[in-house]
Design a protein. Structure first.
Length: 177
């Protein structure tokens, strides 16, 4: 279950476990059953118009680490809130003209009760789901086009040394008529 294995990074994980079968009355060994495990972890998110990640558990907030093609909240905090919207600005490339343009995205963290700012760790019902969306009203001068960008967000606890994972986000925004 992904929620039980948040510490695994993206990639393919392989392992083997063995289950011993024993007689329930005597405890005598009957046989050993090896089980091969192959798990692929991909915490990539694609934003077309809007998207939500899976639940990362209680008290996980999201920030935008330093990178040349995206900016947004860079630190986590905890503040009582029932609303809040964060802005992520990405440098996206138009597939037709190859022009690089800034696009503003809205980001919120659902904490199990409310949609709050993405970098707020306030807990409610033990949830941390990142919601990223595109709203045309935030980008009134953006011409019609097909835009693409990839950027990272960081999912982490407020306390240093807790859960920390990088999530790649792929923007594929089709605004062609």
């Amino acid at each position: 279950m992904p929620a039980d294995n948040l510490q695994l990074g993206n990639g393919t994980w392989r392992g083997r476990v063995s289950i011993d079968a024993v007689n329930g009355q005597t405890g005598a060994f009957i046989a050993q059953y090896p089980i091969d495990i192959d798990a692929t972890v991909s915490r990539s998110v694609t934003v077309s118009q809007s998207v939500a990640t899976g639940n990362f558990g209680a008290g996980i907030a999201f920030t935008v680490p330093a990178q040349p093609n995206a900016s947004g909240p860079t630190s986590r905090h905890s503040a009582a809130a029932t609303t809040g919207i964060s802005t992520i600005t990405v440098q996206a490339r138009d597939a037709v003209t190859q022009t690089i343009v800034p696009i503003k995205l809205r980001a919120q963290r659902n904490n199990g009760c409310n949609d709050i700012a993405m970098n707020n760790t306030t807990n409610c019902q033990g949830a941390s789901i990142l919601k990223v969306s595109f709203d045309p009203s935030d980008n009134p001068a953006l011409p019609a086009g097909r835009y693409a960008a990839t950027f990272n967000v960081q999912a982490a606890t407020l306390v240093t040394g807790g859960f920390n994972a990088t999530l790649p986000i792929d923007l594929d925004l089709n605004l062609l008529p």
